[in-house]
Write a protein that binds this ligand. Structure first.
Ligand code: FE2
Length: 227
């Protein structure tokens, strides 16, 4: 299998390129528009044919490269079925399987960071978007975010996966690249709560600044980055 974790320094976004092998089909998760040239070069270098591109949710901090990749490669654009836009070609439901070659990726609806957030599980690789981060969790204070939903998605869905599941989030701000569900259960400070109310309380008091260009990014991402 080919697995590449790519990093956008401006937004601290991780983008993932996955394929079953050289000369075969490929999938990209959470592309950033400014880095599309880099992805195309990498696809050519590895002799891969991009067939699918997934956005885990409507991002607020960067513009997706999905439309641009589709224009260049004719790949299919995919998001979860709670994203309020017709720009997406294939909207997947909770538990639906996305296939490329021999690889199967299961969509898991994990609302909370945003109301449209999905995570994607391929064998023991979990692409958690901004639902579960390394030593953190996605903020819940805009885009219909909801701390109670986030708690449910994290505790009743993602943390029920086996401890050895590899956690690959959409962002990291401290240079961490990968974790496991087991490590996060033990050490993630946001997860050391005793009740949903305690979690809601933490999330209600983060007092974070809004991302720069939030309105533009969301508007553009609802068109998959084509404006
Ligand atoms: Fe996000």
């Amino acid at each position: 299998m080919i697995f590449k974790q790519l990093f956008d320094t401006k937004s601290s976004t991780y983008t993932y390129l996955i394929s079953s092998g050289k000369g075969r089909e490929a999938l990209i998760i959470d592309p950033v528009i400014e880095n599309v040239g880099e992805y195309i070069n990498l696809l050519e270098e590895l002799d891969l044919r991009l067939v699918k591109v997934i956005d885990t949710h409507i991002h607020a901090d960067h513009v997706t490269g999905a439309s641009k990749l589709k224009d260049i490669t004719k790949c299919t654009t995919i998001m979860g079925n709670h994203t309020p836009t017709d720009a997406v070609e294939l909207k997947v439901k909770d538990n639906e399987i996305v296939k490329i070659d021999k690889l199967s990726i299961r969509a898991i609806y994990t609302p909370g960071h945003t109301s449209d957030s999905f995570s994607f599980l391929m064998d023991k690789y979990l692409f958690s978007g901004d639902t579960l981060l390394i030593n953190g969790t996605g903020r819940t204070d805009f885009q219909n975010g909801n701390a109670k939903d986030a708690y449910n998605s994290i505790f009743n869905k993602l943390l029920k996966l086996p401890d050895e599941t590899l956690l690959y989030p959409a962002h990291d701000y401290k240079g961490e690249k990968v974790s496991t569900i087991g490590k996060e259960k033990k050490f993630n400070p946001r997860l050391q709560v005793k009740s949903v109310d305690e979690y809601i309380d933490i999330m209600s008091n983060l007092n974070l600044e809004k991302p720069k260009a939030l309105e533009f990014n969301v508007k553009s991402n609802l068109k998959l980055g084509s404006i």
